[in-house]
Ligand binder design. Structure first.
Ligand code: FAD
Length: 439
């Protein structure tokens, strides 16, 4: 093996790849090139100043439920965790329900409960040969609940209709209660917590990325280096500042549709396959409050389609260090994509920032979450890559692109490098495992 290894991207996958490569191989020179001026990628965050002090936010929710002992050890030696029992809630038509809603229908009106339960009990939708996510949902939960809860949420979170999605990503993400649990949850609010993770962890200090700061401190990262051209024949990379670096091994965590675009001489059919790979983007609205009692729990989901945000979480609930003393915070996530551009939600002549800040604030007031006078700082920003969208042909096209990258000896890893629904621990392991492929 020659010894000059370049890693593109200083998110959790790139940092993990660089760290583990250095650990595994002696006499190698490993450098991470990052296009922004900081490390962390999606696991990073930002702060907003206020008269009371700084409010810290992550790029969207970010809590760790890593089951792997190895990942936990790295995360927790890097930063002491706060341990939360995950008890999210749901907002639906002016009502708050425990999560997951399917086995916690208790607060709904008798009429709605009857409709949902009747449908769940009479559910003869075939559980065999389910062709898409909508069929999967109907088979699990019956038609009424499916149409009023997960199909609405799918439009908001995945930005497409449920029938446009496959089901390979579902795994244990959606709970499928038995009839007893459904009936019990319709008659009482005293139900057990059935959320798929038993514990959610978050660093006491320094936001989410602190979980891998000890690794970041040990790798060589060069900032403001955006890769714009890769020559796999000459084994060199050109950056936007005009500089050129040669490599013996290239590890990339870039989104693969962008990676094939900047790789020289990529065949047209690969570019075409890459054009089928779509991801959601996330517009995040972050608010700081002059009171500590605004967030009632760690996070909640919103089903109503006139409220554009799908999910809201509280950074100050994750760690008090994220807000000045006596204050609290919330962040709302609005998803959009090529299938549902952000502009289609903005019916006014206002710019996006003003429109979405107003939308979230007036919705929060309407939902009884806060009053205008409680808000002491606000921020709007966009995360360009959120979730990979599992449209039907996605996996076929993704595999074709990945095979091509392999043939060019580009080792691609991480959430957008594998083009998969990876949590941060999985992206971390993706970076670690890629080292085994270095020849
Ligand atoms: C809304 C949302 C909520 C999430 N919540 C959780 C959660 O609660 N728990 C959890 O475990 N996981 C969560 N995740 C998943 C987690 O964020 C990802 O698994 C992880 O951050 C992906 O890391 P990565 O290094 O693969 O990619 P990224 O973090 O995207 O890193 C890629 C890096 O490459 C850089 N880059 C891009 N282009 C170039 C270029 N041309 N040249 C050089 N550098 C470049 C980028 O700036 C970035 O720093 C969430 C994700 C989202 C979207």
């Amino acid at each position: 093996m020659e010894n000059k290894i370049i890693v593109l991207g200083a998110g959790i996958a790139g940092i993990s790849a660089a760290y583990h490569t250095k650990e595994k191989y002696q006499n190698v020179e490993v450098t991470v090139f990052e296009k922004t001026n900081d490390w962390g990628g999606l696991c990073g965050g930002f702060y907003i100043p206020s008269p009371q002090g700084e409010f810290w936010f992550d790029n969207a929710v970010h809590l760790s439920f890593a089951p792997e002992e190895y990942v936990q050890k790295i995360f927790h030696t890097s930063s002491e965790p706060i341990r939360h029992i995950p008890i999210p809630t749901n907002y639906y038509n002016g009502t708050w329900l425990k999560h997951p809603a399917q086995n916690n229908l208790y607060p709904l009106s008798v009429k709605e409960k009857t409709l949902a339960l009747k449908d769940m009990i009479d559910n003869h939708n075939s559980k065999e040969n389910l062709k898409n996510f909508e069929e999967w949902l109907r088979a699990q939960y019956g038609n009424y609940f499916t149409e009023n809860f997960p199909m609405k949420y799918t439009r908001k979170y995945w930005t497409v209709e449920a029938k446009e999605l496959g089901t390979s990503w579902v795994g244990q993400r959606l709970y499928t209660p038995n009839l007893e649990e459904i009936l019990e949850g319709a008659m009482t609010n005293e139900t057990p917590n059935t959320y798929y993770a038993q514990e959610m962890r978050y660093p006491k200090e320094g936001q989410y990325r602190s979980f891998f700061k000890s690794l970041a401190n040990q790798v060589n990262i060069i900032y403001n280096k955006e890769a714009i051209k890769i020559d796999t024949y000459g084994k060199n990379i050109t950056f936007s500042d005009g500089s050129v670096e040669t490599y013996s091994t290239l590890i990339s965590t870039l989104p693969i549709p962008e990676l094939v675009q900047i790789t020289q001489d990529t065949p047209q059919e690969i570019l075409e396959s890459a054009s089928y790979l779509k991801a959601t983007s996330v517009a995040i609205v972050s608010l700081g409050f002059n009171r500590s009692d605004i967030p009632k729990n760690l996070w909640f989901y919103i089903y109503d389609e006139d409220k554009f945000f799908a999910r809201v979480y509280s950074p100050s609930y994750k760690s008090p260090a994220n807000a000045p003393k006596g204050c609290s915070s919330l962040q709302a996530e609005i998803y959009f994509s090529d299938f549902k551009p952000l502009e289609t939600l903005n019916s006014s002549s206002k710019n996006a920032q003003d429109f979405f800040l107003n939308h979230v604030i007036s919705s929060f007031i309407d939902m009884g979450i806060c009053k205008e006078k409680d808000i002491i700082c606000k921020d709007f920003r966009i995360i360009p890559y959120g979730n990979v969208i599992f449209t039907h042909d996605m996996e076929k096209h993704r595999n074709k692109v990945l095979q091509y990258l392999q043939s060019q000896r580009i080792l691609s890893c991480g959430r957008f490098g594998e083009w998969n629904y990876l949590w941060s621990n999985q992206s971390f392991l993706s970076g670690k495992n890629i080292c085994d492929l270095i020849k």
